[in-house]
Design a protein around this ligand. Structure first.
Ligand code: ADP
Ligand code: ZN
Length: 210
């Protein structure tokens, strides 16, 4: 990356390296506080008067078209995009922080887009589910976890037993990986209480579930 040249208030010319960007990932099960944590970080960036832009995928229109909203009703304004490429095209000059919610609903190109933004010197914060309802890693989140400078794993509370929950249990009979528009279709479960789909890689833990 080119060095910036800045003129001092006297005849000295000094060189500043442009600020380095980085990637932060907030990953965990449903109800684990990913959106709350993302919103908290974005609000602090705004308090610091940084230019912030927030994006979410079009598939996630559950609560609002122009805000990301947590299960606890925290909210932050956002733009809806259909693809990672569209997200990149909407990042404005001067933006310092990019927040992305529901990262698991983006296409694989999100990895390149997030890398590109960090290379440009932006702070990129991605929140998303790390596993689907069967316990399978939910791309592109695992890939993002591998390349991120900073990772936060959030946990919910198991609604069955009160232990730390790392799984999103689907509690309705619906086909397909994604059931949007239905927070009621899932509940947070711990390792013991989670009952994965029979063909899931985590099916070995069914014996431990009651
Ligand atoms: P996520 O983005 O990970 O789905 P949110 O940030 O939207 O999570 O919501 C987290 C909030 O969900 C908690 O602060 C709490 O108010 C609420 N909540 C509902 N059920 C649970 C649960 N089983 N465990 C923890 N928090 C829960
Ligand atoms: Zn449990």
């Amino acid at each position: 990356m080119d060095e910036l040249t800045a003129q001092g208030n006297d005849e000295h010319i000094f060189h500043l390296r442009p600020q380095t960007g980085w990637i932060e990932v907030i990953a965990g099960s449903m109800f684990s506080g990913k959106s709350e944590e993302l919103i908290r970080r974005l609000k602090r960036a705004k308090i610091a008067r940084q230019k912030v832009q927030v994006f979410k995928p079009k598939i996630d229109n559950r609560y609002s078209h122009d805000h990301i909203v947590s299960h606890s009703e925290m909210r932050h304004e956002s733009s809806t995009v259909e693809t990672a490429a569209e997200l990149l095209s909407k990042v404005e000059r001067g933006t310092e922080v990019v927040g992305i919610d529901e990262g698991q609903f983006f296409d694989a190109e999100l990895v390149n887009v997030v890398n590109e933004l960090a290379q440009r010197g932006l702070r990129v914060i991605v929140a998303g589910l790390d596993q689907d309802y069967t316990g399978k890693p939910f791309e592109p989140m695992p890939h993002l976890l591998a390349i991120a400078e900073y990772i936060t794993k959030t946990h919910a509370i198991c609604v069955r037993c009160g232990q730390t929950a790392n799984y999103s249990q689907r509690i309705v009979e619906v086909e397909g990986r994604v059931v949007v528009g239905a927070a009621d279709a899932y509940e947070a479960r711990c390792r013991r209480c989670f009952v994965p789909h029979a063909d899931a890689p985590t099916s070995h833990i069914t014996e431990a579930a009651d």
